[in-house]
Design a binder for this molecule. Structure first.
Ligand SMILES: C[S@@+](CC[C@H](N)C(=O)[O-])C[C@H]1O[C@@H](n2cnc3c(N)ncnc32)[C@H](O)[C@@H]1O
Length: 281
């Protein structure tokens, strides 16, 4: 039986290095084509091609293997992903919960690990709502909401032109063009030009969303909900996020009330990506 990646690597990688072979990594795509994104530990760099070949032998749909060569950085929240083996074309169609997302992880942000959060948000939306997704990427949240609710409108604003291009394609691919409107631009410029307010505003940019709270609060109708994402230590998950929203609301002459919080994912040891839900009166 040579069904696991480590079994494939026996006799190709020194025995003492086998425990360093990562046991988990991300696969984006579908049966018809996927890319694997893996973090190669330093001691395995000499054997990265063998590791990539073993991944492709076990996961037959993986056409390219990419190495995470940096953390996420910059305005577009991208990381450096280096092709170790396979197809130079790393565009895929990722499938989850009845939705399809076309994207290339080398030019756009996308996380397979946030599918549960997308589902949770879509569950919270009520029929008839107007929703604003700031920092919308390839529009996975907007599409997920619109797929679940036929009577909603979702406006999705994204600054990375490549991500916006995929968002436009994803809205068509998922047949939700009647209810999702992707807009290319900086939320700071686009939001005021919309001349409207929303029942629900999402801010899925844990690094720096607080700098846009003034804009976001002005987009929430009185009594509407703001979903604010932040990074927080495990011993105080929601305190700072809550305080930031309450203070920004007060500066705008509004009052924000904490109505819920959730741990979205582990970001680094003892630090979580969290979401706080705030009603803005
Ligand atoms: C953490 S990613 C989340 C993307 C998407 N919501 C998702 O869940 O896949 C944040 C996104 O915000 C975009 N962004 C950063 N600053 C922005 C701004 N000022 N206006 C609009 N989009 C921005 C980035 O390009 C990036 O795609």
């Amino acid at each position: 039986m040579r069904n696991t990646i480590r079994q494939h690597l026996k006799e190709k990688v020194p025995e003492d290095l086998l425990p360093s072979v990562p046991s988990s990594f991300d696969i984006l795509g579908s049966r018809s084509g996927a890319v694997a994104v893996i973090e190669i530990p330093d001691e395995l760099t000499l054997y990265e091609k063998e590791v990539a070949a073993a991944i492709q032998a076990v996961h037959r749909n993986v056409k390219s293997v990419l190495s995470k060569d940096s953390g996420r950085d910059g305005e577009y929240r991208l990381r450096s992903l280096r092709l170790i083996s396979g197809d130079l074309d790393t565009e895929v169609i990722h499938k989850e919960s009845g939705c399809s997302f076309k994207l290339d992880p080398r030019v756009t942000y996308f996380s397979t690990r946030e599918s549960t959060e997308r589902e949770r948000i879509a569950e919270m939306v009520r029929p008839g709502e107007d929703v604003l997704v700031m920092f919308s990427g390839v529009s996975p949240i907007a599409v997920c909401i619109a797929k679940k609710h036929s009577a909603v409108t979702v406006t999705a604003i994204e600054i990375n032109p490549e991500a916006h291009g995929y968002a436009v394609e994803n809205v068509k691919l998922n047949k939700v063009t009647d209810r999702v409107k992707p807009i290319l631009g900086d939320v700071r410029d686009v939001c005021p030009s919309l001349n409207t307010v929303f029942d629900r505003v999402l801010m899925p940019l844990p690094k720096g969303a607080h700098m846009f709270l003034d804009v976001a609060i002005s987009m929430v109708r009185p009594g509407g909900v703001l979903h604010f994402y932040h990074w927080a230590p495990e011993d105080d998950l929601y305190g700072e996020a809550q305080r930031l929203v309450v203070e920004a609301a007060a500066e705008a002459g509004r009052r924000a009330e904490f109505v819920g919080g959730v741990k979205v994912s582990l970001y680094s040891p003892r630090v979580y990506k969290v979401r706080v839900d705030m009603v803005v009166h």
